[in-house]
Design a protein around this ligand. Structure first.
Ligand SMILES: [Zn+2]
Length: 318
């Protein structure tokens, strides 16, 4: 048997059942959960899915023209017109609590997302076992998995936590999102979706610094939305810095932290929060996590020159 025949035969299975058709793929997609530890905590990233957005106008300012955005993407060997957005959700088992931070986009991107329950099952858990859910901010790509398609709580036994300022903002008479949407119609949809979730779920609100279930500490990082939070997951002297939507792309957000992102409600405040937290995390021993960075979104923030940062993805461990 010649070499190519051996390879073909192995791929197709035993020769007496060989029909000549290609072997079915072993799996429909790549791994969508990634386990790791922070101190004594068992953690995992669950992929809710991913989708593409146009690179402009999502990134850059009026002063930053298409050319500059495209140059950054080209420098990272990325497609220029369409940028992949990942929806990674952090799961933390503290030994006492099973905690989810955000819930992904759910059915808001059709079949591209909505994979949290499947991911939990791969980890050996059910949605009913989750007893704490944090919401970093009330955009649909973060709360989309909190309600089932029938409008019921997806995590029926969980304490749902959100910053008081965030809930108050979306439930106020006329939330001022600045220009953080494509058009006025989309801005109104953002408000009605956020209100639907806050009305359907009994959220418990907290203020910055309040004592909450141990080990997962929200911290105000306002600007993307008024009550936008990042998180510090701490156990036995180790820390994981959850960056929430301070960063939305591993190339642009780190190359140009002073550029607003299109969905930043208060761009100047969002830039200040981003620069402050990235500076704290850069070059330190702190491990970081980005829910919109390439799955699983774990890595470190590296300084590269006086004003430039780089995202250094962490190698997978098996
Ligand atoms: Zn987001």
């Amino acid at each position: 048997m010649s070499h190519p025949e051996i390879i073909r035969s192995a791929a197709l299975g035993s020769s007496d059942t060989n029909t000549g058709s290609p072997a079915p793929s072993a799996a429909a997609s790549n791994a969508s959960v990634y386990r790791f530890e922070v101190g004594d905590f068992e953690c995992a990233v669950i992929s809710d899915g991913s989708t593409f957005f146009p690179s402009r106008p999502h990134f850059g300012t009026d002063a930053a023209n298409d050319k500059e955005v495209h140059a950054i993407l080209a420098d990272h060997s990325l497609p220029l017109e369409q940028v992949r957005f990942y929806f990674n959700v952090l799961f933390v088992n503290t030994g006492r609590d099973l905690i989810l931070i955000d819930s992904g986009a759910g059915k808001n991107f059709g079949d591209a997302c909505g994979k949290i329950a499947a991911g939990l099952s791969m980890l050996g858990h059910t949605p009913e076992q989750i007893n704490v859910v944090h919401l970093s901010h009330a955009h649909f790509d973060h709360f989309g998995g909190l309600l089932t398609s029938e409008g019921k709580p997806a995590f029926p036994n969980a304490l749902h936590l959100v910053a008081k300022e965030e809930r108050d903002f979306w439930m106020s008479k006329d939330p001022d999102q600045g220009q953080a949407f494509y058009d006025q119609a989309q801005g109104k949809i953002f408000v009605s979706q956020a209100r639907e979730v806050f009305e359907a779920l009994p959220f418990t609100t907290y203020r910055d610094g309040d004592a909450l279930p141990g080990g997962v500490l929200p911290e105000a990082a306002p600007g993307h939305t008024p009550g936008h939070c990042i998180y510090r997951v701490r156990s036995r002297g180790e820390e994981l810095l959850h960056l929430s939507d301070l960063v939305t792309n591993f190339a642009v957000s780190f190359d140009k932290p002073d550029w607003p992102f299109i969905f930043d409600c208060e761009p100047a405040r969002a830039v200040a929060s981003r620069k402050k937290i990235l500076a704290q995390g850069s070059g330190s021993k702190i491990r970081a996590f980005g829910n919109h960075l390439p799955f699983p979104g774990l890595g470190r923030i590296r300084p590269e020159g006086p004003a430039l940062l780089r995202w250094e993805a962490e190698p997978w461990v098996f």
